[in-house]
Design a binder for this molecule. Structure first.
Ligand code: SDX
Length: 430
């Protein structure tokens, strides 16, 4: 819906009218599509801090109010009332499912969890200590080699089959990577279990004895997947959209998103938070490390703090912190010192002028690792868990991008600061 426009007048007096578009809620956008043609200039916004890359109906974030909504439903309500499979349906199809729709969708996902048997051979080729994120991105990228019969992105049926395969198979691939690292045999998925129960048994069951699923662990995982499911145009989601915009097959686009998520500034932060807490050791060291985080000459940052959008609080961090407390209590885990240290660090930082001025609050990654650790999941698998939850968000955004009738390849421009034109110099004259 167009509102008034912005009128831009260049230093030379050339006037350009830039249309303004409004969404359902949130900031309007100024359409700069005609700027280069009319003014011969590009806009410049490194890191896309203030740049809208697309129109989307999927997720809305308000960084000042700490609001996160999936298809209009506040994440707090979904966390309290829904399941990851139901939230996945909502993100993919735009509406909460009826009981019948949910049953059919759940059955579809449960019956697509197995991998092509040939894919298991990949894991024989990795080093025993390969990082599970490296294995995840490699094996997901290989899915296009197995499922090339359904790669016609213009076919809604193919888009659905791809969506179901990614959601259903990521836990199986993740668990296979974990089993390689553990030196244990791969455990096949079971169709009689829920999404999170199935992941737990693929991670922790061994052929030598029956495995009993802890309902608290399954509940905690399901909630973490809901909270990680989507987050607007974050780095990895934008990567999936960009890769998909060239027409690359969707499995390769998701593999690109996995690689982007791995970075410690993004989804790799949950692994970095636990390493940071282990390095800090105990509350007596908090002062020293907060001072390091504030020192411009020190590259150290307080991992799990700060966010590009949330400048007040990350609603997910609040929910996860409360759940971490509940899980540790219910599991009767004695290793609460890590949790106590995290709580102390959070309180310290929230009262520090630097963090208040920079609006740095705990983000989704600050407490999630403490829960994964309490469930027996190793630090190296934390970002893999993030990827499992986020896979449905990536898929929903890929579907929205590929179905956009005005869609085109993403291709930003630049400010060139390199050498002016110069002639080649023969090597004997250099
Ligand atoms: C996720 O985009 C998403 O939605 C991401 C995510 C999702 O669901 O997809 O929410 C998941 O990635 C959460 C973020 C996890 N990353 C971390 O916890 C790593 C630590 N955080 C920082 O690297 C940083 O806060 C970012 C990357 C999260 C945000 O970076 P920005 O928006 O580019 O902010 P910035 O780096 O420009 O920082 C602004 C200022 C800087 O100081 P000045 O240059 O203004 O003097 O704040 C400082 C930074 O030095 N700062 C920090 C800090 N984070 C920012 N100082 C110390 N410790 C920190 N953690």
């Amino acid at each position: 819906m167009n509102k008034e426009s912005f009128r831009l007048i260049s230093p030379g007096g050339t006037e350009t009218e830039l249309p303004v578009h409004s969404g359902t809620v949130g900031p309007d956008v100024v359409d700069i599509g005609s700027l280069y043609k009319s003014q011969g200039v590009f806009t410049y916004d490194p890191g896309f801090v203030a740049t809208g890359s697309c129109v989307s109906d999927i997720t809305y974030i308000d960084g000042e109010q700490g609001i996160l909504m999936y298809r209009g439903y506040p994440v707090e309500q979904l966390a309290a009332n829904s399941s990851f499979i139901e939230v996945s349906y909502l993100l993919l199809y735009g509406e909460l499912p009826t009981a019948d729709e949910l049953q059919k969708f759940d059955h579809t996902i449960r019956t697509h969890t197995m991998l092509n048997e040939g894919m298991l051979n990949f894991f024989k080729g990795f080093r025993y200590d390969a990082h599970p994120m490296a294995m995840l991105s490699a094996v997901v990228g290989s899915m296009s080699a197995y499922y090339h019969d359904t790669l016609d992105s213009s076919d809604p049926v193919h888009r659905d089959i791809f969506s179901h395969r990614i959601l259903a198979k990521l836990p199986t691939i993740a668990a296979a990577a974990f089993k390689l690292n553990s030196g244990q045999p791969f455990i096949y998925p079971r169709n009689d279990l829920t999404y999170s129960e199935n992941l737990l048994q693929m991670l922790f069951a061994v052929p030598a004895e029956p495995y009993e699923i802890d309902p608290i662990a399954a509940e905690a995982l399901d909630l973490l997947f809901i909270l990680h499911a989507d987050h607007e145009q974050n780095c990895s989601t934008s990567t999936v959209r960009m890769a998909g915009s060239s027409g690359a097959n969707p499995y390769s686009a998701i593999a690109a998103g996995i690689s982007a998520l791995w970075g410690p500034a993004h989804g790799g932060a949950n692994e970095a938070v636990l390493k940071m807490l282990e390095e800090i050791g105990d509350t007596s060291q908090i002062d020293k490390y907060v001072a390091k985080a504030k020192d411009k000459n020190d590259p150290f940052r307080l991992m799990g703090f700060g966010h590009r959008v949330y400048k007040n609080f990350d609603p997910r961090a609040t929910i996860i912190r409360d759940m971490a407390h509940k899980v540790l209590e219910k599991l009767g885990r004695a290793d609460t010192p890590m949790f106590d240290l995290a709580l102390e660090l959070e309180q310290f930082a929230l009262q520090d002028d630097y963090f208040i001025e920079k609006k740095l609050y705990p983000n989704v990654d600050f407490y999630s690792g403490i829960i994964y650790r309490a469930l027996g999941i190793p630090t190296s698998m934390f970002t893999v868990m993030f990827a499992i939850g986020r896979s449905v968000g990536w898929t929903a955004h890929w579907r929205e991008m590929i179905a956009d009738p005005n869609g085109r390849i993403s291709r930003p421009r630049q400010l060139y600061t390199g050498s002016p034109a110069r002639d080649y110099v023969a090597i004997e004259k250099r």
